[in-house]
Each structure stands twice: as structure tokens, then as C-alpha cells.
Write a protein that binds this ligand. Structure first.
Ligand SMILES: Nc1ncnc2c1ncn2[C@@H]1O[C@H](COP(=O)(O)OP(=O)(O)OP(=O)(O)O)[C@@H](O)[C@H]1O
Ligand SMILES: [Mg+2]
Length: 242
């Protein structure tokens, strides 16, 4: 039985696709079999964050409409042999995740779902299906408010475990704003899974068309190292912060 992890945020642009892609890569590095499902039907990006460019020719719309098998639509990653992407169709079809995810669950360790921004029907569907949800927030008042609303949605969806990932952390900026990471945790009201620094290697990897974790193998510094530590925590290891 696999663990379904929904990656969501309420607020757009906090780094959901970046986190879903990087955590999928990091979990596969740990030897786990992973499918990253792009649930952002209108504005899909997980393929780009995984360095797949426009290679995803089939998506789960094709599976649900009988044009190909689920196996055919799973796109492997050259750098991460245990990871595959299931790309999003251009239009949302209600109930798609409910139909697809149970089909994936038997054959995997983790199914990581990259949700769209907002708190719409796709996000609610993912929250109901997930055993764990990661709310990706940045340390600012708009993200705090939206993160808190997202935590409420997780409670009403009866998602068993909601966790907080604080992304794009810039200590100097936090100090200037008088905000601490504890403020983010208190205001959003979820347990901290980890935080990820602001790191220019994130957009640079995107620009190079490569997955961040394939580009950056440094063990201690930067966003890639932070995502690797968070993945180990998700996988049940005890890894101290950061
Ligand atoms: N830790 C980081 N350091 C630097 N840039 C980052 C970091 N995380 C994300 N970004 C950049 O922020 C932008 C938004 O990231 P991303 O697309 O992952 O957000 P999103 O939450 O999925 O957005 P959307 O709501 O549109 O789906 C991207 O340009 C990405 O490269
Ligand atoms: Mg996204």
C-alpha cells in the first residue's frame, strides 16, 4: 500500500511544484518507488520541475478516456529510475484523482500529488485521498493567512496528517520583517516538517531543464540538501532540523 502525499498551499507560487518534484526525486534516491502526479490541470509545471520539458505526450486524461493504459502514461525519469511522472491533462475532469490514485496505490511506496493553487475542488479531492498533506508556505502574512485556511480544509477533509514546509527562507529578510519561523508555525497551526532556503539553484535548474536534485548533489547546503533531509523525515527517519 502506498502513502499518498498531497502538496498544497492555498496561495499560488509558494513552491508546491518545486517541492513535489524535489521530494519525489529525494524519496526515489532513498530506494522508494514513487509516482509524482501533476494535479494542476490548467497550469501544469511538475514536468518542467522534473526536467522533462515537453516529453510528457500522454497524460491521465488519456488514461481515463481509454486512449492508453496507466502504465503507458507513466513517464520515467532518466536520472531517477524509481520515479515516474503522471502528467496532467489540459482540462480538469471531476473525480479524476479518485479514479486514478487507487489504481496506483498497490504498486508504489509513495504517490506525491502536486496540487494547483487555491482551495478548489481538485485540492479538496486530493486532501480527502491523501494520508499526508504538506502545506508549502512562505514566511509572510499572505501566505500565513492562506496556510491557515488550507490547514482548516485539511481538517474538514479528515486528512490524517497535515505538515508544514516553509519555503524560500531568507534569514536576513525575516529579521528585517520581525518574523520568526515559529510565528509561521503558530499562525498556520501545523507541525513543521522542515524549511527550505531561498536558493538561486532552483530557478537555474529549471532554466537548464534539469531536476534540481540531479543538478545539486551537495550534502549540506542549499535547497536540494533541505529537500533531501525533509524526504528522509517523511520516510520515517529521525533527522534534526534544518
Ligand atoms: N527555495 C527556492 N528558492 C528560489 N526559488 C524558488 C524556491 N522555491 C521555488 N522557487 C521559485 O518560485 C517560483 C514558483 O515555484 P513553483 O512553481 O514551485 O510554485 P507553485 O506553488 O507550484 O506555483 P503555482 O501555485 O502556480 O502552482 C518558481 O520560479 C521557482 O523556481
Ligand atoms: Mg505549481
Amino acid at each position: 500500500m502506498s502513502t499518498v502525499i498531497a502538496v498544497l498551499s492555498g496561495k499560488g507560487g509558494t513552491g508546491k511544484s518545486t517541492a513535489a518534484a524535489a521530494l519525489s526525486c529525494a524519496l526515489s534516491e532513498l530506494g522508494r518507488s514513487v509516482v509524482c502526479v501533476d494535479a494542476d490541470t490548467e497550469l501544469r509545471n511538475a514536468d518542467l520541475c522534473l526536467g522533462l520539458g515537453d516529453r510528457a505526450l500522454l497524460d491521465y486524461g488519456d488514461v481515463l478516456e481509454g486512449r492508453c493504459s496507466l502504465e503507458d502514461a507513466l513517464l520515467p525519469l532518466p536520472d531517477f529510475p524509481r520515479l515516474r511522472l503522471l502528467a496532467a491533462p489540459p482540462q480538469r475532469r471531476p473525480g479524476s484523482l479518485e479514479e486514478l490514485i487507487p489504481q496506483l496505490e498497490g504498486q508504489l511506496d509513495y504517490c506525491v500529488v502536486d496540487c494547483p493553487g487555491g482551495l478548489g475542488d481538485t485540492v479538496a479531492e486530493a486532501a480527502c485521498l491523501a494520508q499526508r498533506a504538506i502545506v508549502v508556505a512562505t514566511a509572510d502574512p499572505c501566505s500565513h493567512r492562506d496556510g491557515e485556511r488550507t490547514a482548516q480544509l485539511l481538517r474538514s477533509a479528515l486528512c490524517p496528517e497535515g505538515l508544514l514546509l516553509i519555503n524560500r527562507v531568507r534569514p536576513r529578510q525575516l529579521k528585517a520583517m520581525g518574523i520568526t519561523l515559529d510565528d509561521s508555525i503558530d499562525l498556520i497551526g501545523l507541525r513543521l516538517l522542515g524549511y527550505v532556503p531561498e536558493d538561486e539553484r532552483v530557478p537555474l535548474a529549471l532554466g537548464a531543464g534539469r531536476p534540481l536534485l540531479a543538478e545539486d548533489r551537495r550534502p549540506r547546503r542549499g535547497a536540494a540538501a533541505a529537500f533531501r533531509r525533509i524526504a528522509r523525515r517523511l520516510d520515517g527517519q529521525s533527522v534534526p532540523l534544518p
